[in-house]
Design a protein around this ligand. Structure first.
Ligand SMILES: *Cc1c(COP(=O)(O)O)cnc(C)c1O
Length: 439
C-alpha cells in the first residue's frame, strides 16, 4: 500500500493510527494520563529542548488526541492539526494566533452566533477588531474591507442558518492579493462535503461537536493547516520572532516557529502558545468519542444530505411555508456556487420561512414529536429551532437583518431517521399549528 493515495473512506477509519505503536490494539486506546514519564534525565532534556518528539503533558499533547489531529489533517490533505476543547476554543485560538497584538479580522455577518458575538463584543476588549463586509456575496466587498492592519479573512463554508455559499475561491484570491490567509469555519461542510485546501483555503476551523462527532455527545474543536501560506511576508512578525523556548540546544541560538516547524507553523504555534497557556485542551476520552464519529462520517453525511433533499422538496411544496433556504431549493441563488464547491450536496442544515403568526409558530414548534428542539446541529437526530430567538438570539434586530435572519426563520438539521417519518412529523405539526385558521 506504500505510496498509494488512499481514499477518503479508508482514511476516515485508518489515518493517523498504527496499531504496532499501541500494543496492537485495534481500537484507538484512550491514554487517560495527565503526564508522561521522561524516562531518563538525558531523554527529558531532549524532550524539553524539542530535539526529540514525545509527550510531556496532556495539556500540550496526548496520543489519543494526536490520532484525532492526524486523522483530520489527513482527511483534509493538510500538514498539521491541533485539537482543542470546543469549536469556540478553535475559533478563538485561530483568530488570536492571527491577530494578536492589535490586528483586525475581515468577515461576513453570516456567522455562527457565538463567533459573531465573540468577535464583535469580546475580541475588541483584547485589542482585536473586526470589519464586516457590506455585501457577503460580492468578493470585491471583502477587498474594500481590508486595511493595513487586517490579518485574516474569515468565512464559513456553508452559512448558518440559511445555508448560503460564498464564492470561496474568489474570496481566497482577494485575501491572497493582500498577503492574508483565508480562514474557513468548515463545521457545516465537514471534510466529506468540502475540500477546503483545494479551493484556496489556508486555515480550517471545525467545531467537532457537530457533524464530525455526529452523535451529540462530545464538545471539541480542531484547527487544520496545509503549510502553504507565507507567514514571512512581513504581516506576521510573531511567526518570525526568535523565541527562547525554541533555542538550538547546542548553541543556544533562538529560533522562530517558522524555522523549527516549517510544515505546520500555524497549528504548532497554537499548541505551544494558546493551548499551552490558555489551556482549553481536549480530553483523551472526548478525542476517542470524536474518532468513533469520524469512522462513519461519509455514511452519515450522505444519508443526512439525501434526507435533507426529501424535506426541502416537501417544504417547497407546502403552502404554509413562505421560502426554503437550501441550495437545492428551486430558484436558490447559491445553486451554481454549491455545485462548484459541494458536489456531494450542500449539507443537511438549512432554514425555511414559517407562514403564520407568532402564536402559530410557537404551536408548530411545540407540536413536533420526532424533531428535537435543541441547538446542536449535525446530530444523528433531527432538530428544529427558531433561530432568531435562540441560536442567534444574542444578535440585535439590525444584526439579525444583516445575517439574513427574519422573524419567521426556522432552522432544521436533518439527521438519520427515515425521511418519511420526519415529513409526517412536520405535516402533523403544521396541521396542529393551523387548526381553525385559514392560512
Ligand atoms: C457550534 C459551532 C461553533 C462552536 O462550536 P462549539 O463546539 O459549540 O464550541 C463554531 N462554528 C460553527 C459554524 C458552529 O456551528
Amino acid at each position: 500500500m506504500a505510496g498509494k493515495k488512499l481514499g477518503f473512506d479508508t482514511l476516515k477509519v485508518r489515518a493517523g493510527y498504527d496499531s504496532s505503536e499501541h500494543n496492537y490494539a485495534v481500537a484507538v486506546p484512550i491514554y487517560q494520563t495527565a503526564s508522561y514519564d521522561l524516562g531518563s534525565v538525558e531523554r527529558g532534556e531532549k524532550l524539553f529542548g524539542m530535539e526529540e518528539a514525545g509527550y510531556l503533558y496532556t495539556r500540550i499533547g496526548n496520543p489519543t488526541v494526536n490520532v484525532l489531529e492526524q486523522r483530520l489533517a489527513s482527511l483534509d490533505h493538510g500538514t498539521g492539526a491541533v485539537a482543542v476543547a470546543s469549536g469556540m476554543a478553535a475559533v478563538t485560538y485561530a483568530l488570536l494566533n492571527l491577530a494578536e497584538g492589535g490586528g483586525r479580522i475581515v468577515t461576513t455577518p453570516r456567522l455562527y452566533g457565538g463567533t459573531f458575538d465573540a468577535i464583535k463584543h469580546l475580541f475588541p476588549k483584547f485589542g482585536i477588531h473586526v470589519d464586516f463586509v457590506e455585501d457577503s456575496d460580492d468578493p470585491e466587498s471583502f477587498r474594500r474591507a481590508i486595511g493595513p492592519d487586517t490579518k485574516a479573512v474569515l468565512i464559513e463554508s456553508i452559512s448558518n442558518p440559511n445555508a448560503t455559499v460564498l464564492d470561496i475561491e474568489a474570496i481566497a484570491a482577494v485575501a491572497h492579493d493582500n498577503g492574508l490567509p483565508l480562514v474557513v469555519d468548515n463545521t457545516f461542510g465537514t471534510p466529506y462535503l468540502f475540500d477546503s485546501f483545494a479551493h484556496g483555503v489556508d486555515i480550517i476551523i471545525y467545531s467537532a461537536t457537530k457533524a464530525i462527532g455526529g452523535h451529540g455527545t462530545t464538545l471539541g474543536g480542531v484547527i487544520v493547516e496545509n503549510g502553504e501560506f507565507d507567514w514571512s511576508n512581513g504581516k506576521f512578525p510573531h511567526f518570525e520572532q526568535p523565541q527562547y523556548l525554541l533555542r538550538e540546544q547546542s548553541t543556544g541560538r533562538e529560533r522562530s516557529i517558522l524555522e523549527v516547524f516549517p510544515e505546520a507553523p500555524f497549528t504548532t504555534r497554537v499548541r505551544l502558545s494558546y493551548l499551552a497557556y490558555f489551556g482549553a485542551s481536549l480530553s483523551p476520552f472526548d478525542a476517542f468519542l470524536l474518532l468513533q464519529g469520524i469512522e462513519t462520517l461519509s455514511e452519515r453525511i450522505a444519508k443526512q444530505v439525501s434526507n435533507a433533499l426529501r424535506i426541502v422538496d416537501y417544504l417547497q411544496n407546502n403552502d404554509k411555508v413562505s421560502w426554503v433556504s437550501h441550495p437545492a431549493a428551486a430558484g436558490n441563488p447559491y445553486k451554481a456556487l454549491a455545485e462548484k464547491y459541494f458536489p456531494k450536496g450542500a449539507g443537511s442544515i438549512f432554514s425555511f420561512g414559517f407562514k403564520g403568526n407568532e402564536e402559530q409558530l410557537k404551536a408548530f414548534l411545540n407540536a413536533v414529536e420526532l424533531f428535537s428542539y435543541h441547538a446542536n446541529v449535525g446530530d444523528a437526530r433531527s432538530l428544529i429551532i427558531n433561530s432568531p430567538k435562540t441560536t442567534h438570539g444574542e444578535l440585535n434586530a439590525e444584526e439579525q437583518a444583516l445575517s439574513g435572519i427574519t422573524p419567521e426563520t426556522i432552522r432544521l438539521s436533518i439527521g438519520l431517521e427515515d425521511a418519511e417519518d420526519l415529513i409526517d412529523d412536520l405535516e402533523q405539526a403544521f396541521a396542529k399549528a393551523f387548526i381553525g385558521s385559514l392560512v
